[in-house]
Design a protein around this ligand. Structure first.
Ligand SMILES: [Zn+2]
Length: 566
């Protein structure tokens, strides 16, 4: 039997995952893809017992959307077709299971079409010789790219106009399931089914694919809502008795009820929390007392996206002194990325919710108190590919990150878009150095602050510098009005701002920024803080970036309850 190199991918990835109204949609999107790839690998191993999976590492729980394997066979094309069909059947099977459980199985043909047409599966198989793995690898990636282009072109020409109501989540496909508000959603297909389930919002209508996402594995996982992530560290301060007593005022509980803006009769009725007026009044008083005791919870949370830099170059062997070792390098690399996945889970545990960690790619929700800690650790523990044998001198792996901080009520797809946009901005670098992070704070008022920094300035961690300044304000060492005053000065003198100016203005304004008890900073503290701010200024890409940094420091010092170091 001859040997072959087999590359198999499923998609769509980005659009499928990002089309989400609830955090569960987001989680389920990536989980479905990961489960399908895992299933594909399983199917291949069943069919070709001798196959060797190079990517991804077996231990990785959330799998990336592709695998590479070496197989032995007399009918490679047959194997490719077979795995493709099995994956498609698996998606059909899990879709039917969900429909059987939650809807009327006597369902429109369009549902089957939507499921059938959804997956984009691409694979390439090439004859394999041990000696030219690196050349083959380059070829196989190249072929995959051209196949995708051809198919995309064909699909575009297939788009047609439909007259029925589109899905509320993806806006692409015809809606086939809905939940009434007071009446049926307008213009909905006569074939659509009414679903009376709390997982659908009133008035929401879903296509087949988004319906499957909404109900995928709801039993085995209850993925936190944005309100839960935002209130996470605040709720930890409450006693079990307090939580129980408060929950008892409502019919069904949801973490949104920790925010007093939601304690309105119509809101409670709409989301099925309402008991009676008496309980509502009691709840208001109870929550008010909790606020007095523990402070008010932040309504903001963060979406964090991390992505390994220059992964294409690493994978193609560009950084190796000898490309004939590429296969071994790939095996080592996938092992390291597997270990990183475990580490990622550890870092985020109890601080937010991990959507996926599939190798060099991480997507997570993070509570704002823990954000700076999580950011720094995700970067610091990113695997060092240079430790693998045969990496050329001075080439080092790195990763960049996009962060979007948003109000828990902001549409989720919008927040994801921002996180992705920031990740892209972090990676934009004239010298191709990358290794940076970018944060956007999306305020409820519509105001947006964006910053971008390299992770390290010489040996100093930029995240730590920001964290220390925020901590000084939270610890009431000085007043947050300082950041406003400095930003105003900088705007006023923008053409004359240089390092000397920053240093002297920082000192002057810090001297005046006594804390709320009227105590001023000691001169060594002023010196230290001015130095930190100067570091940030030197690291800033522009004056605007530095001014936005002051705004974000100010924002964090107000929203963060307690800055945790672990
Ligand atoms: Zn949809």
């Amino acid at each position: 039997m001859k040997k072959y190199l087999f590359l198999f991918t499923i998609g769509p990835v980005q659009s499928f995952i990002a089309q989400a109204r609830k955090t569960h949609d987001l989680w389920a999107g990536s989980k479905i893809l990961s489960d399908l790839i895992e299933y594909a690998i399983y199917a291949l191993e069943e069919k070709v017992k001798t196959c060797k999976i190079i990517f991804p590492h077996k231990e990785i729980k959330s799998k990336p959307n592709r695998f590479i394997a070496i197989i032995e066979s007399d009918d490679p094309k047959g194997i490719g077709m077979d795995i493709e069909n099995k994956v498609k059947d698996q998606l059909k099977k899990l879709s039917f299971d969900i429909v059987k459980k939650y809807a009327n199985f006597d369902i429109s043909e369009i549902f089957f079409e939507q499921i059938e047409n959804f997956l984009e599966i691409y694979w390439v198989i090439l004859p394999y010789e041990e000696s030219d793995y690196s050349e083959l690898y380059g070829k196989i990636e190249g072929y995959l790219g051209s196949i995708k282009n051809i198919k995309r072109f064909r699909q575009n020409s297939l788009d047609c106009v439909e007259s029925y109501r589109k899905c509320s989540v993806c806006g692409q496909r015809e809606a086939l399931f809905y939940r009434k508000s007071d009446k049926k959603p307008r213009n909905i297909s006569f074939q659509a089914q009414e679903i009376n389930e709390f997982r659908l919002n009133q008035g929401e209508s879903l296509c087949g694919i988004c319906f499957i996402k909404r109900f995928y594995k709801t039993k085995s996982s209850s993925f936190s809502s944005t309100a839960k992530i935002a209130s996470l560290s605040w709720v930890e301060k409450l006693t079990q008795v307090e939580i129980k007593e408060y929950k008892d005022f409502f019919k069904n509980f949801d973490e949104e009820l920790f925010f007093d803006e939601n304690l309105r009769k119509e809101h409670l009725i709409k989301y099925d929390h309402y008991k009676d007026d008496e309980n509502l009044e009691k709840a208001k008083k109870y929550l008010n007392n909790l606020y007095k005791k523990y402070g008010v919870p932040s309504k903001y949370y963060a979406i964090v996206m991390l992505d390994g830099d220059s992964m294409g170059k690493w994978l193609s062997g560009e950084f190796l002194s000898d490309k004939s070792h590429l296969r071994d390098f790939h095996l080592e690399l996938s092992k390291k990325l597997g270990e990183y996945t475990d580490k990622t889970k550890e870092i985020i545990e109890g601080k937010g919710e991990l959507v996926y960690a599939g190798g060099d790619d991480v997507l997570s929700f993070v509570n704002i108190d823990h954000l700076l800690f999580v950011m720094k650790n995700l970067r610091d523990f990113f695997p060092k590919f240079e430790e693998i044998k045969n990496v050329k001198n001075r080439n080092k792996s790195s990763a960049s990150m996009g962060v979007a901080i948003a109000h828990y009520k902001m549409p989720l797809s919008e927040v994801i878009k921002w996180a992705r946009k920031m990740e892209k901005e972090a990676k934009e670098d004239k010298k191709d150095k990358k290794d940076a992070f970018a944060i956007a704070v999306l305020k409820r008022s519509g105001e947006i602050h964006k910053i971008k920094y390299k992770w390290y300035l010489n040996d100093k961690s930029t995240v730590d510098i920001i964290k220390n300044i925020v901590k000084s304000i939270i610890d009431k060492k000085f007043s947050s009005t300082f950041t406003k005053a400095l930003a105003d000065e900088l705007r006023r003198f923008k053409y004359d701002v240089n390092e000397k100016f920053i240093k002297s203005e920082c000192k002057r304004l810090l001297k005046r920024a006594s804390n709320p008890n009227g105590v001023s900073l000691k001169s060594n503290e002023i010196e230290e803080l001015s130095d930190k701010l100067l570091d940030l200024f030197v690291e800033s890409y522009s004056l605007q970036n530095f001014i936005s940094t002051l705004n974000i420091i100010n924002f964090l010092s107000k929203e963060v309850g307690e800055l945790n170091d672990n």
